[in-house]
Write a protein that binds this ligand. Structure first.
Ligand SMILES: [Zn+2]
Length: 397
């Protein structure tokens, strides 16, 4: 049997740092075998300068928006950001495909092995057919008017069918599997301010056993809109010419409004959470004894759009499951999980690197339901190996 033996300045195994004098052993194809003491590792140990870590899991990205790099002004707030996206997202297929390829390179080279990717279209299927990255596709559905719920849901179904038909060869297993089994993902509601009660019901009916993703409390206006029907979202719907006279606010915060509507989902990735309060978190704890809720932090995107940061200390204090995402090039200058880690370290210096690396590895893998293969150095996993050195992360194996 051919083995690879690697020793760095330290090894982070997906849960913790295991110490300086340890060696990671893998099979020749990168399958994790063991972590052993240096004395027991034998010969042919490869020494590298840096921390050895399992590949990162990026729990929130929109690869199909990659052509919007540097296209949208910073700090204008979420409503203006959404209007800009709607205006600017149209482009030729060539421009979109080229931009997605560059984006996937950056993800791969900086150490990302798996991505939770939001899809409004099938634009990204071609890229995903031959990608070395594991893609979990959240087919995003929106529509605030009840009248269009059926049409929007049918459209989401068509996108899943097209994904399934085109992803004939699974990059996950490397073997041919039937189209119906090749699609990895689920329908997901865009955000509480853009999905009607009826559409939430249709999504929830199809959510059994699945991981869902939802944009949550990215702006303070979101709470204002759902609680009192005030704030900037009125401007959004007015600009879009959408009549929302039917909508009556229900005095609940955004999170407390949507969580009970997704009761069938096995796991939910709540993305952004910039304006999530401790009361909201206690509500989650009380409400979801059987569901796993993951709070996804995308700090660089929050700084880009709203110039704000999520309440990380409150999430930590309440033992919340935290995962990391980059969001898209529309709201980030890079798709690099290590840059998100650095932003958290800079703004929350008391949180240890060990803790944040766990969010970026095993927690993300659990959220996407791929911890059988990814997220940690445990025997039999194909987690990928990255090297963290000199404030950068690199794909190593
Ligand atoms: Zn997003």
């Amino acid at each position: 049997m051919q083995y690879r033996k690697i020793k760095g300045n330290n090894i982070f195994d997906g849960y913790q740092f295991v110490g300086e004098n340890k060696v990671l052993i893998t099979l020749a194809n990168g399958t994790i075998e063991a972590i052993v003491n240096e004395k027991e590792a034998g010969e042919d140990v490869q020494y590298v300068d840096g921390i050895i870590c399992p590949g990162f899991v990026n729990a929130h990205c929109h690869i199909e928006l990659s052509h919007l790099k540097n296209a949208i002004a910073k700090h204008t707030g979420l409503v203006n950001f959404i209007l800009d996206i709607l205006k600017l997202r149209v482009a030729t297929d060539e421009i979109k495909q080229d931009a997605m390829k560059l984006a996937a390179h950056e993800l791969y080279n900086s150490g990302t092995v798996a991505v939770g990717d939001i899809c409004n279209t099938t634009d990204s299927v071609l890229l995903k057919q031959s990608s070395k990255i594991y893609w979990h596709n959240f087919i995003e559905i929106s529509g605030f008017s009840e009248d269009i719920a059926d049409i929007r849901f049918e459209n989401g179904k068509k996108i899943i069918t097209e994904f399934s038909n085109q992803l004939q060869t699974s990059v996950y297993t490397g073997s041919k599997v039937p189209p119906s089994e090749v699609f990895r993902g689920a329908f997901s509601p865009h955000a509480p301010y853009s999905v009607s009660q009826k559409l939430f019901e249709l999504i929830n009916e199809n959510a059994h056993g699945k991981t869902l993703s939802i944009h949550n409390q990215e702006t303070l206006t979101e709470n204002n809109f759902l609680q009192n029907k005030t704030g900037d979202f009125l401007k959004l719907y007015e600009t879009l010419g959408i009549d929302i006279s039917f909508f009556t606010p229900n005095a609940k915060s955004s999170l407390q409004h949507w969580l009970p509507l997704l009761s069938n989902a096995k796991k939910i990735i709540s993305v952004h959470n910039s304006f999530t309060s401790e009361t909201d978190i206690l509500f989650v704890k009380q409400f979801t004894s059987l569901q796993e809720i993951y709070f996804c932090l995308c700090p660089n995107a929050n700084l880009y759009i709203e110039n704000t940061l999520p309440p990380v200390e409150i999430l930590l204090k309440n033992n919340c499951n935290i995962v990391l995402g980059t969001d898209s090039y529309a709201s980030n200058t890079q798709l690099n999980i290590f840059e998100e880690i650095k932003t958290i370290q800079k703004n929350f210096p008391t949180i240890s690197l060990e803790k944040i690396l766990k969010w970026a590895t095993i927690n993300g893998a659990r959220a996407l339901g791929i911890d059988d293969l990814y997220g940690s150095f445990e025997k039999g996993k194909m987690s990928g190996i990255i090297l963290i050195n000199d404030e950068k992360s690199f794909r190593f194996i």
